[in-house]
Design a protein around this ligand. Structure first.
Ligand SMILES: C[S@@+](CC[C@H](N)C(=O)[O-])C[C@H]1O[C@@H](n2cnc3c(N)ncnc32)[C@H](O)[C@@H]1O
Length: 296
């Protein structure tokens, strides 16, 4: 392509093309500058933190062809950058991702870094990440709570394979393990100090309205019956039987907070503050989970 020779040229060109095509950014906080840089550097196996002095290096003809093909896929097929690159950042950590798992994005990243203060009373020794996908939440917790053993559970075997790859990537095999489970069915008799969960929470109609990029994600990671509430209600119903006395359930309920509050006015859901609009994270103590269970 005439006129484009350096890394800097290709990043600038990618910014123009992505803007023109009005692509959707599948990760929190992503913007066109970050995505153009990530696509160009990542596709050429260059580190994210590459020093600016390299940006004026000329690209080999094969590299130029590769970058043009990647941009074409991103724009014409709307494949998310994370899937094109096979990786995504979450909570300051790198995770392997592909179309077997949802691309990590949740306000839980900030809340994990704050160790769920002041709601989590004791340092957790056993943590469950239910509906783990790539394992991003449970692995971030494992690194934040270095004494804890962590179970990454999911109904999707392909997702669990990705989670296992991420356990290995972060060298956490001694403390973190995968477990197939349909909600809590395969976790009978197990108790935890912290249960963290981002379940599927959209109705099929809401999912159909999502940008094309998000339709590359597995449907099982997004869609739940009962207008998106089925998995959330199932977690709320059963978590109490799996929490220790001072335990805490933290659940990303997406856009469903107001429906839950209207359905269960007796439950004093703790709403955890974070800067992202349109999605909510709720916390329930073991006692509140027991109260919820008693209502049903
Ligand atoms: C919204 S995604 C969250 C993935 C990951 N925790 C994250 O934050 O990126 C929901 C996950 O729940 C899993 N899931 C769906 N139904 C489930 C069920 N009945 N039992 C266990 N996991 C389930 C999906 O396979 C998917 O990985």
């Amino acid at each position: 392509m005439s006129g484009l020779t350096t890394l800097r040229d290709y990043i600038r060109w990618a910014i123009s093309r992505l803007n023109q095509a009005q692509v959707f950014f599948a990760q929190d906080g992503d913007n066109v500058f970050e995505e153009a840089r990530a696509l160009v550097l990542g596709s050429l196996y260059l580190p994210d933190q590459l020093h600016d002095k390299y940006l004026d290096c000329n690209l080999h003809a094969d590299e130029q062809v590769l970058l043009q093909a990647v941009l074409k896929k991103r724009i014409e097929q709307r494949i998310p950058a994370a899937y094109l690159l096979g990786e995504a950042w979450f909570a300051g950590l790198l995770f392997k991702v592909d179309e077997r798992v949802m691309i990590p994005r949740s306000p839980l990243a900030e809340l994990i870094a704050q160790r769920f203060s002041p709601w989590l009373i004791n340092m957790p020794l056993r943590i469950l990440d239910l509906g783990t996908g790539s394992g991003c939440l449970g692995i971030s917790c494992a690194l934040e709570f270095p004494e804890a053993e962590v179970v990454l559970a999911d109904i999707s075997e392909p997702a669990l394979q990705v989670a296992a790859e991420n356990i290995a990537l972060h060298q956490l095999e001694s403390r973190v393990r995968i477990q197939y489970s349909d909600m809590f069915a395969q976790l009978q008799g197990q108790r935890f100090d912290l249960i963290i969960c981002k379940p599927p929470y959209l109705s099929a109609e809401q999912w159909a309205q999502l940008p094309r990029e998000l339709h590359y994600e597995p449907e099982v990671s997004s869609i739940a019956n009962n207008g998106g509430l089925e998995c959330i209600e199932s977690v709320l119903q059963q978590a109490g039987q799996h929490l220790n006395d001072n335990g805490l359930l933290v659940i990303d309920v997406g856009p469903q907070r107001s429906r839950l509050m209207a359905l269960y006015p007796e439950i004093d859901f703790i709403c955890l503050e974070h800067p992202y609009p349109g999605t909510d994270v709720l916390a329930l103590t073991a006692q509140q989970c027991a109260a919820y269970q008693a209502l049903n």
